[in-house]
Design a protein around this ligand. Structure first.
Ligand SMILES: [Zn+2]
Length: 295
């Protein structure tokens, strides 16, 4: 065959693309590092109200404590964690609603990782974990992994740092960093199997995250048969937490539920008094609030 008709070896082009991506990552990282240095050099103001000298002033700190004083069950606001009949597939406890000082604080912490702020948010997360785990011991706390890009940008994983800050409240519980993002998303399925055509938006979105996480090779024995609680910062649709649960199930773990610092939707009609424990909560309150859009 005429060698000119052969497609050129893709190697060189691939190489260039890899170099370009690495360079972009480096630039992002440098920008992040410069921001951190700037934050050290310039006097910092309260991230919520702008009061001088402290990343979090006492009054905004107390607002965060107030906003997270009563952890609540949050899964009914997350479509991926409820089935179409309104049954809870995975209970989630949230420390507070994602709004006001809590939202501002978390955003700023994720961007800049201020230590003072981390302590305040970590305490709130710790209290929610305590509410979810009760007196239970031996439960593994599994942080949802940060995407590689986000980690490279920030240089830290917010959830891991918050869990470290919460450590004094987590006695008897073990943080197990066993989940990893997979580089390639799972195979795109044409349909979800029997009865899978309802809720097209939901199906399409769940397919996008399906297979995006797995238990690290070598860590399966660590979680097999163990009670686990998944930890993340924010609950929105629940797809990420659902995916973490799927990966843990595949490795033989018993997923009890999840805990987040903040949920984007406020507690359902039961109000902030709704029980916070995944193991002791009643499904009746949730039954009344089953999502109607897929029916
Ligand atoms: Zn303030």
């Amino acid at each position: 065959m005429d060698p000119d008709l052969q497609p050129p070896p893709p190697r060189a082009a691939l190489h260039r693309a890899e170099h370009a991506a690495a360079l972009l990552r480096l630039i992002d990282w440098l920008a992040g590092a410069a921001g951190d240095l700037l934050a050290l050099a310039v006097p910092v103001d309260c991230i919520c109200c702008g009061a001088e000298d402290r990343t979090l002033c006492p009054s905004c700190g107390s607002r965060i404590r107030h906003l997270t004083r009563r952890p609540f069950r949050a899964e009914s606001g997350a479509p991926a964690l409820m089935d179409v009949a309104g049954t809870v597939m995975l209970p989630v406890v949230a420390a507070g609603v994602y709004r006001d000082e809590l939202a501002q604080g978390l955003l700023s912490f994720k961007r800049h990782g201020q230590h003072q702020l981390g302590r305040s948010l970590g305490r709130a997360l710790g209290a929610a974990v305590r509410a979810a785990a009760h007196e239970g011991t031996g439960i593994l706390l599994i942080p949802v992994p940060t995407s590689t890009a986000a980690y490279v940008n920030r240089g830290f994983s917010p959830v891991h740092v918050l869990l470290k800050e919460a450590a004094p409240q987590l006695q008897g519980l073990t943080v197990a960093d066993v989940l990893a993002k997979t580089s390639a998303p799972g195979p795109l399925l044409g349909h979800n199997g029997p009865g899978g055509q309802k809720g097209l938006g939901r199906g399409a979105r769940s397919q996008r995250v399906r297979g995006s996480m797995q238990v690290k090779s070598g860590a399966r024995a660590k979680v097999a048969g163990r009670a686990c609680i998944i930890i993340d910062d924010v609950l929105t649709t629940g797809y990420t937490i659902g995916e973490a649960a799927r990966a843990l199930h595949l490795a033989g773990a018993q997923v009890r539920g999840a805990v987040v610092l903040a949920a984007t939707r406020p507690p359902a009609a039961g109000g902030p008094g709704a029980p916070a424990s995944p193991t002791h909560g009643s499904d009746h309150d949730l039954e009344k609030n089953k999502p109607g859009k897929d029916e």
